[in-house]
Design a protein around this ligand. Structure first.
Ligand code: ADP
Ligand code: TRP
Length: 332
């Protein structure tokens, strides 16, 4: 039986961080042995908000290097750059005819971005979810490992797929957001506000490229409080977030010790943050070093990018043939 198809993308708009790792990359790495995987750098999407392309190339290379440094194996998965697969743009065109202005204007991410860049509310921004649907449907993917912030985009991708199937005949399976835990993940900023993010919230976001001192400084400043006053209390979200980080970086015994201390009202957040900083440095350091080495190896990067584009185009072309035939765009 053929394996289920998995796809996900990351925009090259800044440094990757622990939110990306938790919401996306950690799942990619686990999925690569079980599924037929396509992972890509969404450089077309980045133009909707970052028209200045001075740093785009280095950012694309960094996303590829950081994904490989986290354990993604380009021999197992198709690791590619969106703009290397022109078939996506053609599918985007067809899907645009099935997407309505009203529904696009209502999406939360469009409204947020329109508010934050009032002088550049471009059509690409409006049709961002259509391009994302094309990314997914071009490989007929069914599982999409992403963080919680992407739920609405996935819902729209399903709507466009259903509309296409209804009008032109069954062509696409319906894609769903995926995380190994039962719930999708959102990693908050260390200040307890918003989410860790590539471009905002920099002092409260832990980047995979942060040096040891920066990691320690950021963690020691993380928001805490004076601790629970009754046993087995519920954790405020910013404390829960610290425990989530502790769970990736620290041994199970360490996590259990601080969980027990919390439940007995004996937790000392100063000690917990010191421990978290030590363990997080040990976690991030090898990723940072591997990523730097890969980024410096231009021959390796070139080989990976070429191989990824070939795999992705083979699959994309097969879907596009079906799509053209379904619409009747297959001429002699
Ligand atoms: P950013 O929001 O930092 O620009 P992207 O939008 O490119 O990052 O997201 C890439 C992937 O990382 C997506 O799957 C997204 O859901 C996930 N992601 C981003 N930030 C977080 C976060 N703070 N918590 C969980 N997942 C996240
Ligand atoms: N919109 C996604 C984000 O901001 C990035 C993305 C583009 C994506 N195309 C995708 C994610 C296809 C999953 C599948 O994170």
């Amino acid at each position: 039986m053929s394996k289920e198809v998995v796809l996900s993308g990351i925009r090259p708009t800044g440094l990757l961080h622990l939110g990306n790792y938790f919401g996306a990359m950690r799942n990619y790495v686990r999925m690569q042995d079980e599924y037929d995987c396509y992972f890509f750098v969404a450089n077309w999407h980045s133009l909707t908000t970052h028209p200045d392309t001075k740093e785009l190339q280095s950012s694309v290379y960094r996303v590829i290097a950081e994904n490989m440094a986290c354990g993604l194996d380009p021999n197992k998965v198709a690791l590619y750059i969106q703009s290397d697969v022109p078939e996506i743009a053609e599918l985007y065109l067809y899907l645009n005819m099935l997407a309505y202005k009203g529904e696009l204007e209502k999406t939360t991410s469009f409204k947020d971005k329109a508010r934050s860049q009032p002088d550049n509310i471009n059509a690409g921004l409006l049709t961002y979810p259509v391009l994302q649907a094309a990314d997914i449907l071009i490989h007929r993917a069914v599982k999409v490992p992403v963080g919680k912030d992407q739920e609405q985009n996935l819902e729209m991708a399903r709507n466009f797929a259903e509309r296409f199937n209804y009008r032109y005949g069954d062509t696409f399976p319906l894609p769903y957001a995926f995380n190994y835990n039962s719930e999708l993940v959102k990693i908050m900023g260390l200040d307890g506000n918003g989410k860790m993010s590539k471009s905002e919230n920099q002092m409260s976001t832990l980047y995979l490229a942060d040096d040891d001192d920066t990691i320690r400084k950021k963690i020691m400043k993380a928001k805490t409080d004076s601790g629970p006053t009754e046993t087995n209390a519920a954790k405020p979200d910013y404390i829960e977030n610290l425990f989530t980080l502790l769970k990736i970086a620290s041994d199970a015994a360490v996590v259990k010790k601080f969980e027990d201390d919390f439940n007995n009202c004996q937790v000392r957040y100063g000690d917990m943050k010191k421990q978290l900083a030590d363990d997080m440095i040990r976690f991030i350091q090898p990723i940072r070093e591997r990523a730097a080495a890969i980024q410096a190896d231009k021959a390796l990067l070139a080989k990976v990018i070429k191989q990824g584009a070939e795999k992705a185009r083979t699959s994309a072309d097969a879907t596009l043939q079906l799509v053209r035939k379904a619409i009747g765009m297959n001429y002699m």
